[in-house]
Design a binder for this molecule. Structure first.
Ligand SMILES: *[C@@H]1O[C@H](CO)[C@@H](O)[C@H](O)[C@H]1NC(C)=O
Ligand SMILES: *[C@@H]1O[C@H](CO)[C@@H](O)[C@H](O)[C@H]1NC(C)=O
Ligand SMILES: *[C@@H]1O[C@H](CO)[C@@H](O)[C@H](O)[C@H]1NC(C)=O
Ligand SMILES: *[C@@H]1O[C@H](CO)[C@@H](O)[C@H](O)[C@H]1NC(C)=O
Ligand SMILES: *[C@@H]1O[C@H](CO)[C@@H](O)[C@H](O)[C@H]1NC(C)=O
Ligand SMILES: *[C@@H]1O[C@H](CO)[C@@H](O)[C@H](O)[C@H]1NC(C)=O
Ligand SMILES: *[C@@H]1O[C@H](CO)[C@@H](O)[C@H](O)[C@H]1NC(C)=O
Ligand SMILES: *[C@@H]1O[C@H](CO)[C@@H](O)[C@H](O)[C@H]1NC(C)=O
Length: 434
């Protein structure tokens, strides 16, 4: 039976009487153990009070500059997870051999040492902007599976540093200042087979040669969102890749010809400067969700995604579409959501839509004439507010008997529309992983 153990221990710290620092050591355990204001080797005695049903220790507000190995080595063997938080004074830490999970957030860390043959498997550092590179000591952690360095100060990444990590599966380097991804390894590395997910979102990449990733034969997810990418070169061969996010960049055109990604499922090209669809995109027939909103497309034909029998969601909002072709025998037959809000469409033909059930959203366009009587019953919901004619319906009955409302008052001018799009764009990033 699970017993709750809650207790509190507050002692006047000897060091604090010598310095002006009055923070006192505090401790409690409830689901996880917490120790506050750890500030000297003498505080190790608190570790003895962790009972053996607690596996997670949180050290909050560590007041030491350096936490040496001989301190954390004294953690009881059943504590396999250490979380250090809100410790700006902490600059240097030595990770003992036995620790398996380490999470550090809001620290002043510049240096991390790791004991040889470390058991570290999950390692997450968050918001520690003095950390300028992947700690070289990472080579001592051959069992590493998950590494995330988020909101640190990384400028460049050399994939060679992970060469001997035979279990490394996920590498997340989001929200750094990375401009370059390089590979100085002379050989193939052991992590090429184990690797499944690379996240480089919110960095400063400008050009990416995707062939760098071709050695990751089991790659499932590649996230390059929110960089400054103007060019994607090379041909990606990733036979298991399911998610590809390159939204919120500066791409004007993309050439996907020769890419071999037969299991692709979720693709985000949103928030770029595309004036035409990526070349050879039509070949990506396995895709189920395609995000193309916030670009500069002026026309679109549903035939561009002909044969995409898995496609369920297509979004084209906030482009410059004046023209769209939807009525077609090549309509992707399982499409459920089509979103074309905030474009410049003046007409819409939904007369022939060979799918089971489609919801269409064309809010805030410039549609002034629409023939409800000539609309496919397969369109089960239509939302068209903010047009000068609004024939929205939510049920088949409404479609049959509903009337269209004409109004001019709610129609946005194109420049107002553009401003809404810009405001939305600033906030959005597509969530690939749900
Ligand atoms: C490495 O650590 C494991 C336990 O995690 C141990 O079994 C093994 O003997 C160690 N190897 C070396 C070379 O120290
Ligand atoms: C790095 O370069 C080496 C030597 O050319 C090559 O074998 C390896 O596949 C490259 N790794 C990556 C990640 O591109
Ligand atoms: C790396 O592996 C790939 C695929 O197995 C192979 O084509 C390439 O020659 C290897 N490179 C080196 C430097 O061993
Ligand atoms: C189309 O996709 C297939 C399978 O992913 C790939 O082998 C082929 O190279 C692609 N063709 C083009 C022109 O992109
Ligand atoms: C659709 O997805 C399924 C798996 O969910 C896959 O087996 C099938 O090949 C995909 N269809 C196409 C046209 O790629
Ligand atoms: C869209 O317009 C461009 C020229 O602006 C043209 O090359 C292209 O074929 C058009 N695409 C469709 C689907 O009509
Ligand atoms: C409605 O969809 C079915 C397939 O689900 C198709 O056979 C039929 O032609 C469609 N009708 C119209 C008017 O779009
Ligand atoms: C649709 O047809 C009905 C009669 O079936 C007619 O009363 C109505 O005015 C028509 N609506 C439009 C927009 O043409």
């Amino acid at each position: 039976m699970f017993r709750w153990i809650v207790w509190l221990l507050i002692v006047a710290n000897t060091a604090s009487s010598l310095t002006a620092n009055t923070a006192k050591l505090g401790m409690y355990c409830f689901h996880e153990c917490y120790i506050y204001n750890f500030q000297s080797k003498g505080d190790i005695f608190a570790f003895q009070h962790i009972s053996n049903n607690f596996h997670v220790l949180n050290l909050e507000n560590v007041l030491m500059k350096r936490v040496r190995q001989r301190i954390l080595e004294r953690l009881p063997p059943f504590v396999d997870t250490l979380k250090i938080g809100n410790s700006n004074q902490l600059k240097w830490i030595s990770v003992p051999q036995a620790l398996r999970n380490l999470h550090i957030r809001y620290s002043g860390l510049r240096r991390i040492d790791i004991a040889a043959n470390s058991s570290l498997s999950i390692f997450h550092i968050f918001s520690s902007d003095k950390l300028m590179k992947v700690p070289p000591a990472i080579k001592n952690a051959p069992k590493l599976q998950y590494l995330r360095l988020r909101e640190c100060g990384l400028r460049k990444i050399d994939l060679a540093i992970f060469c001997n990590h035979a279990y490394l599966s996920e590498l997340l380097l989001d929200s750094n200042k990375i401009r370059y991804i390089v590979n100085t390894s002379k050989n193939n590395c052991t992590f090429y087979n184990s690797f499944t997910r690379l996240v480089m979102s919110q960095n400063m990449l400008t050009t990416v040669n995707v062939e760098l990733f071709n050695v990751f034969v089991n790659l499932r997810s590649l996230d390059l969102q929110m960089n400054r990418i103007t060019s994607l070169s090379g041909r990606l061969v990733a036979r298991f890749l399911e998610e590809f996010g390159v939204d919120s960049n500066k791409l004007e055109h993309v050439d996907l010809c020769g890419w071999d990604v037969p299991l692709m499922d979720t693709v985000a090209f949103a928030s770029n400067d595309l004036t035409t669809l990526p070349k050879c995109l039509n070949n990506w027939t396995s895709v189920s969700k395609l995000f193309l909103e916030h670009n500069k497309l002026t026309n679109f034909s549903i035939e561009s995604v002909a044969g995409w029998n898995n496609l369920t969601r297509l979004s084209l909002s906030c482009n410059k579409l004046t023209d769209i072709v939807l009525s077609s025998v090549h309509f992707p037959k399982n499409l459920e959501f089509l979103i074309i809000d905030q474009n410049y469409l003046s007409t819409l033909d939904l007369s022939f839509i060979p799918v089971q059930s489609l919801r269409v959203s064309v809010n805030f366009n410039l549609i002034s004439s629409f023939d409800v009587n000539n609309t496919s019953p397969n369109v089960t919901r239509l939302s068209m507010m903010g047009n000068s004619v609004d024939c929205s319906w939510e049920t088949g009955l409404e479609q049959l008997y509903g009337e269209c409302i004409r109004h001019h008052a709610f129609t946005l001018e194109p420049n107002q529309q553009a401003n809404i799009c810009i405001a939305q764009k600033a906030k959005r990033m597509i969530y690939l992983y749900i």
